[in-house]
Design a protein around this ligand. Structure first.
Ligand SMILES: C=C1C[C@]23C[C@@]1(O)CC[C@H]2[C@@]12CC[C@H](O)[C@@](C)(C(=O)O1)[C@H]2[C@@H]3C(=O)O
Ligand SMILES: O=C(O)CCC(=O)C(=O)O
Ligand SMILES: [Fe+2]
Length: 350
């Protein structure tokens, strides 16, 4: 595993960016090693990559194919699966409060019933779409549970299912999103189109010169859930924000998964882990970026509160216990970039 300290690489205007070695956890390693490394990555960055994750390549490839097929449809057809409210097909608008991004997306509830009910909006072969999506979601849910069990072990909590049971609960409120970012070529760039690029439908995207060198794909934010499991194709754009104030580009890796600590995990660990701010900037590419995120969330009536075992050093609770459903309401009343956990801080905290 490489965990390098971020070192400044390039500066653009006032924006600080840097390169670093993404903490990488090999899930085939000895459990005690993997669990210790995951806890360290969650504390240092709230972000890491997992390899030897056990999700079959075929499951990923079939999900990707379904999503490519959907995004390749004519705009008028895709529009019938929207607007996202919040579930469904969305284009350029994110959430209900005016956030915009250069992307189109599918947002779905990750439970089998809802997936099968919505499948007809996304495919001419709904039963295959729902089967493939279910297989993908089940595989990444299992991966989330494995990671959460390792976290509990790394924190020396006796009940290693203390976190995983929140998302394996049959009423879990997890969701699944596929984002599709159009190609972007900055003006005056010498970027050449590769012949072998398997380009997704781009007939409705504006590829004319843009005055800036990059475009906002998905604005900066933290994910509200417990964990996010992300897989993308080979096109870059994802950046994470580190504690020392750097935006770090994350090199894509289509065979592996990236894991993000979400706000609810920050609260469940009484601030020992921090949810990682991240964003997507479209940077020179003739091909589109496609990413798939599984957002692991508990049931709406589940309490988010740090177990006493977390508090072996700091004994004050930073956050008031809250129900996931109440937190979600606040989340949807706010903008993408807002710090929503602040609403649940104990009054004694500054
Ligand atoms: C602007 C918004 C979109 C979002 C809900 C919110 O009000 C603030 C958080 C956003 C976010 C970010 C992570 C996930 O992509 C997401 C599904 C989530 O749970 O919170 C989105 C929400 C969304 O796009 O509906
Ligand atoms: O598309 C990506 O790579 C990340 C998107 C994201 O952060 C989100 O959908 O919450
Ligand atoms: Fe996110």
């Amino acid at each position: 595993m490489v965990v390098a300290t971020p070192t400044p690489l390039l500066r653009r205007g006032k924006k600080k960016t840097a390169a670093f070695g993404v903490p990488t956890i090999d899930l085939s390693d000895d459990k005690s090693i993997a669990s210790e490394m995951i806890v360290k990555a969650c504390e240092d960055y709230g972000f890491f990559k997992v390899v030897n994750h056990g999700v079959p390549k075929k499951v990923i490839a079939r999900m990707e194919r379904e999503a490519v097929d959907f995004f390749s449809r004519p705009v008028s057809e895709k529009g019938r699966a929207g607007p996202a409210a919040p579930f469904g097909y969305g284009s350029k608008s994110i959430g209900f409060n005016g956030d915009k991004g250069d992307l189109e997306y599918i947002l779905l509830e990750a439970n089998p019933l809802s997936l099968s009910q919505r499948a007809k909006n996304f495919s001419n072969d709904p039963s295959t779409f729902s089967l493939v999506t279910n297989d993908y979601v089940s595989a990444v849910r299992k991966l989330s549970c494995d990671i959460l069990e390792l976290v509990a072990e790394g924190l020396w909590i006796e009940d290693n299912s203390i976190f995983s049971k929140l998302i394996s609960n049959s009423h879990n409120d997890s969701c699944f999103r596929v984002n599709h970012y159009p190609p972007f070529i900055a003006p005056n760039s010498n970027h050449n189109r590769d012949d072998d690029e398997d380009e997704l439908n781009n007939n409705h995207w504006d590829l004319s010169p843009n005055p800036s060198k990059s475009r906002v794909g998905f604005g900066e934010h933290t994910d509200p859930q417990i964990l996010t499991i992300l897989r993308s194709n080979d096109v870059s754009g994802l950046q994470i924000y580190t504690h020392d104030g750097f935006w770090i580009p994350v090199p894509p890796d289509p065979n592996e998964f990236f894991v993000f600590v979400g706000d609810s995990f920050q609260a469940l660990t009484n601030g020992r882990f921090t949810s990682v701010r991240h964003r997507v900037e479209s940077i020179n590419s003739w091909t589109s970026r496609m990413s798939m995120m599984y957002f692991a969330a508990p049931a709406l009536d589940a309490w988010i509160s740090a177990p006493p075992q977390i508090n072996n050093i700091i004994t004050t609770n930073i956050y008031r216990p809250f129900k996931w459903g109440d937190f979600k309401q606040i989340v949807y009343s706010l903008r993408l970039a807002d710090s929503r956990l602040d609403y649940f801080k104990n009054h004694t905290q500054s």
